[in-house]
Design a protein around this ligand. Structure first.
Ligand code: MN3
Length: 202
């Protein structure tokens, strides 16, 4: 059973003006589709075929560049679309709010720390909020399509919030202004989805 490009739960223009429709459409139909196709090609006929994406990433041979890049790309974008879902966006609350405040002091300080991780990632990559067993949260960033589920990558927890800082994620609308894109991202985070992922992963 090959991996399939997940459908978005919302329209390409649903995140306007923070993330523009054209960027969303190209990002989903070209970039994410490309990672999906290349992942399927890379695992076809190998013992990875038929395994879940979590299983593939958690047990990854990091020298397998095709699966590392495309498996990461497949997983990372799937998470990214979900945490941007504009339906029932909610606000930071409950156990996740407590965990974020325990680690970073306040929501504002957390956003500042996450934005710094995203803003200082040189070149292409991602910023993450991860949860460790027991519920402690931690921010990290990873290069390229690496993902904290992979052995020895990032902060090593389960990612529950991710921000794509590859130029393809923002260049059409923001050009070189990555800080503006990062700021806009926090206007469209679906905290209900992040909180759901936190509860499942902790
Ligand atoms: Mn991307």
């Amino acid at each position: 059973m090959a991996f399939e490009l997940p459908k978005l739960g919302y329209a390409y223009d649903a995140l306007e003006p923070h993330i523009d429709a054209r960027t969303m459409e190209i990002h989903h139909t070209k970039h994410h589709q490309g990672y999906t196709n290349n992942l399927n090609n890379a695992i076809a006929g190998t013992d990875l075929e038929g395994k879940s994406i979590d299983d593939i990433l958690e047990n990854l041979d990091m020298t397998n560049g095709a699966v590392r890049n495309n498996g990461g790309g497949f997983y990372n974008h799937s998470l990214f679309w979900d945490v941007l879902n504009p339906e029932d966006r909610g606000r930071l609350s409950g156990d996740l709010k407590d965990a974020i405040e325990a680690a970073y002091g306040s929501k504002e300080e957390f956003i500042a720390a996450f934005s710094k991780a995203a803003g200082t990632r040189f070149g292409s990559g991602w910023a993450w909020l991860c949860v460790h067993k027991g519920g402690k949260v931690e921010i990290c960033s990873t290069p390229n399509q690496d993902n904290p589920l992979m052995p020895g990558v990032g902060c090593g927890g389960a990612p529950i919030l991710g921000l794509d800082v590859w130029e393809h994620a923002y260049y059409l609308n923001y050009q070189n202004r990555r800080p503006d894109y990062i700021k806009a991202f926090f206007n469209v985070v679906n905290w209900n989805e992040v909180e759901k992922r936190y509860a499942e992963a902790k």
